[in-house]
Design a protein around this ligand. Structure first.
Ligand code: ADE
Length: 260
């Protein structure tokens, strides 16, 4: 998968994503990342990319021309490689967009190419947004100084959904949010630390019991910390509760038989 980021601060993007899992995935050529400096495409002889807003108001606006030409260059490059350059999805990162979620990360991870547009100053001239943007996406209800951090957040979340990026291929599926549940607590060595013991069931070697315990813990944690997610899970997993109720009824029946 190939990421392209249109930005005024390309080094922020390349340096921010060069290490750890994403850096390794790039070294293995599972993903690629190119940060394109919008300033390189300005027709202004002073390399200016922003100007005052028509109608007045504070702050400067990124102009349409350099943004459009930077996008055009990237689209042409993708086309040269035999892919659908001008049809590539262009994500404008903005607090006015739809809130980014795990399901979006999964959807974007299925694309071959993705272009991000990072705004700065007071925003970007509306006309170029209308011309090139396919998705308006926010990372949350707060305002940052620019789109670079949100783009990095999204690239990280999308890239880890690309097959081969995570070393254990199924770990992307079992984690928080893939099924609305938060992850269960996990423990590593030693068995006892500062007087706190690892739960007995995890040392038992009984995988069925471990799975059951983990699900119960996930449910407990989600109910406590994210009741909104818990409700969604409950709605979609009615049959889990039905199965559980039947299991418990069977247990009660057995115990009653034994007592007789
Ligand atoms: N640009 C500034 N703030 C942002 C946010 N919260 N999400 C996406 N882009 C932004």
């Amino acid at each position: 998968m190939h990421f392209y980021v249109l930005t005024l601060f390309p080094e922020m993007i390349t340096q921010g994503l060069a290490t750890s899992i994403i850096g390794r995935a790039m070294a293995k050529e599972i993903i690629s990342l190119e940060a394109v400096n919008i300033r390189d495409y300005t027709a202004n002889k002073h390399k200016k990319v922003d100007d005052y807003t028509y109608g007045g108001g504070a702050g400067m606006l990124m102009q349409a021309q350099p943004v459009y030409d930077a996008w055009n260059a990237v689209a042409a490059k993708i086309e040269e490689k035999g892919r659908r350059g001008r049809d590539t999805r262009v994500i404008y990162v903005t607090p006015q967009g739809r809130t980014f979620r795990q399901s979006m990360a999964k959807e974007f991870a299925a694309e071959e190419d993705l272009i991000f547009l990072c705004g700065h100053y007071e925003g970007v001239d509306e006309r170029v947004l209308e011309e090139i943007v396919t998705d308006y996406v926010s990372i949350g209800d707060y305002v940052l100084t620019g789109g670079e951090l949100p783009a990095m957040v999204m690239i990280d979340a999308i890239a880890r959904m690309v097959p081969g990026v995570l070393s254990n291929s199924d770990s992307a599926e079992t984690e928080s949010f893939s099924n609305y549940l938060l992850e269960y607590p996990q423990y590593s060595r030693p068995e006892s630390w500062m007087g706190k013991k690892v739960p007995e069931v995890l040392l038992s070697g009984d995988h069925r019991k471990v799975d059951e315990w983990r699900l119960e813990q996930s449910l407990k944690k989600t109910k406590e910390l994210r009741p909104d997610l818990y409700e969604k899970w409950e709605r979609e997993n009615q049959e889990y509760f039905i199965r559980k109720a039947k299991r418990e009824a069977r247990k009660r029946k057995k115990a009653a038989c034994r007592e007789k």
